[in-house]
Design a protein. Structure first.
Length: 390
């Protein structure tokens, strides 16, 4: 097969962690003789000057790239603030012209689109015009947040009607997508995997803890510092558990407010803010800490959950969307009874008091294998191509 991947979430040199899970998935899809190209549209922005913050990152994204042996292009499309309802059409027009050029030497068999809004809707418009099947993948907030708005819901459901298949990364997303109107026989679950080679338990955990200065029971929380990730809940919970430290890895707009909260609660000396942490150091952190907390309001299948388990470290996670599908056995850790400070603190105490064997935690993580994810996804793409030709 010749597979054209379309996703605005694909990582690039300016945003190396942006949608890294899509890159992992795509890189495991190709079978013998298959070819893949990625079109990862980027909003147009005129300046790369740092004063423009994350908007400047768009300008720094190269037009062409290659990652993991896969050719990637980054066409620009107009993004109009407060007119997001126009984004799928604008993306389809800009990307469609670019894809017309690609087809001159890469006459693809199927479009593989990730994230339902605006990406999959734009992919559907393009697929109709070039007469190719399209497979769409729901990742999380495209269903749990965007599809809850009536206008966007109608467009998402209409797009899924056109798709050969829609995959979702967890059962909760599949169920919600069906609840908002998608045809049940078109939606299937293909879970994410985790890089089991990169994310491994440390060979010497005691040495890792010493190297990182960890000398007390330590909870790690990883993610962008924004409201829906719930770092404030983790700070408040740890404040009620004496002797326990909290390490926060990530950056974002809530950094100053979270630091002020730790100070106001009198636990600034027990809460460490690391800012952005590169992947190599993150692996060591996962393996060295006592547990990883995820206090999110919404998740599909969080990479953090799977990465922690692969490093042998148990979880405390709020019972939202895909998290209960991961934290469902004792060796994975503890699911909180609700998303409250009290429940999070109780779960932290419980896991610290009776932690699972880290070897069994790693063994459980091995079921989340990117090779198997890729095999399942390729089968869906092949079926879409066969059905279109038939």
């Amino acid at each position: 097969m010749k597979i054209l991947v379309l996703s605005s979430l694909y990582p690039n040199d300016a945003q190396p962690r942006h949608g890294i899970f899509i890159e992992h998935r795509v890189s495991h899809v190709a079978g013998p003789g298959d070819e893949i190209r990625v079109v990862a549209p980027v909003p147009w922005f005129p300046s790369a000057h740092p004063r423009f913050g994350h908007y400047a990152e768009f300008a720094r994204v190269p037009g062409r790239d290659e990652r993991r042996g896969i050719a990637i292009t980054h066409p620009r499309y107009p993004l109009v603030p407060k007119l997001s309802h126009l984004t799928p059409t604008m993306m389809a027009r800009a990307v469609g012209r670019h894809i017309d050029e690609i087809r001159r030497d890469f006459d693809f068999d199927v479009i593989d689109a990730y994230y339902l809004y605006p990406d999959a809707i734009a992919a559907g418009m393009i697929a109709r015009r070039v007469d190719r099947p399209v497979v769409m993948t729901a990742l999380g907030s495209d269903v749990s947040l965007i599809a809850q708005a009536p206008f966007e819901r109608r467009r998402i459901v209409a797009a899924t009607d056109q798709a050969a298949t829609v995959t979702a990364v967890c059962g909760a997303l599949r169920d919600e997508l069906i609840a908002v109107g998608a045809a049940a026989d078109k939606v299937c679950v293909i879970e994410h995997g985790v890089d089991l080679v990169l994310f491994q338990p440390p060979t010497d955990r005691t040495a890792s803890r010493a190297r990182l200065g960890i000398d007390a029971p330590t909870v790690l929380i990883v993610g962008h510092l924004i409201d829906l990730k719930g770092q404030d809940l983790a700070i408040r919970a740890v404040a009620t558990v004496p002797g326990v430290r909290l390490t926060i890895a990530g950056h974002g707009p809530n950094a100053a407010a979270l630091q002020a909260l730790a100070a106001a609660l009198g636990v600034a000396d027990r809460v460490d803010f690391l800012g952005h942490v590169d992947q190599a150091r993150l692996v060591e952190l996962y393996g060295a800490v006592d547990l990883v907390a995820n206090c999110s309001e919404r998740e599909g299948i969080s990479n953090v959950l799977l990465e922690s388990l692969a490093c042998g470290t148990p979880l405390v996670a709020t019972p939202v969307w895909g998290s209960p599908e991961v934290v469902k056995v004792p060796e994975a850790g503890r699911l909180t009874r609700d998303r409250s400070v009290t429940a999070i603190a109780e779960a932290i105490r419980a896991v610290l008091a009776d932690p699972p064997d880290r070897t069994t935690t790693r063994r459980y993580a091995e079921r989340y294998n990117w090779d198997e994810t890729g095999r399942q996804h390729r089968a869906v793409l092949a079926a879409a191509v066969a059905g279109h030709r038939g």
